[in-house]
Design a protein around this ligand. Sequence first.
Ligand SMILES: [Zn+2]
Length: 243
Amino acid sequence: MARGTELTCIVVGHVDYGEADRIVHLATPEHGRIAALAKGARKSRKRFTGALDLGNRIQALVHRGRGELWLMNGATLEHGRPHIRNDLDRIALAAYACELVSSLMPAEHEAVKLYTLLDVALLTLDAMTGPPELLWRLGLEAKALTFAGFTPRLLLCDVCGLELSDPAVFAPDAGGARHGHCGGGQEVSVELLGAIEQARRTPLADLVDVTCPPGDRNILVELLRWHTGRELKSKGLVSDLGL
Ligand SMILES: [Zn+2]
């Protein structure tokens, strides 16, 4: 029997299964989000050798199972994000990046841009010396939404189509911002909207030290929730840490 094919992927989550097994959630370029059963992963150190930690980029030896679950016969570590591991702020952001990007990733469908975004986000976090400025997370959210086909509207009003001016509001159900006199939503400044739009177009590595204007920094989280219907579990810790 073939032992399977080598797949480059990032570990985005896992749940223990049975006595010794683990179901590992993976982000892949070719197949988007997949789940793989790693038999004996909690007992056999040999086949998985600590490769299955959250955020790791690995080479997984996999083949398709009968249902939706893939089977993983082994894994080798490609990048373990070693500098993130001793910094709670960056651990929280790495977990958030994994959950955010994978929540927007299609299951069993090509997702090269989202996969690359996640890998770059984790590499950037690993290369920092401390936590990034807030705009880094907003840039990550804006890029992820864009690559998933949900580009946030940040410069023009969704109602009248004209350039935004203060007072402006953000309406997740409308996909972005509008003039305060054109409709309802969460109050937001044009300065913050412009900074997010700029961050959406700037490489993540260049956003580490860029100061974020004041205002509601969770407008894109609301937009994501509106599109996916999901609450991100790791967002609580990120907020508690002021990231
Ligand atoms: Zn308007």
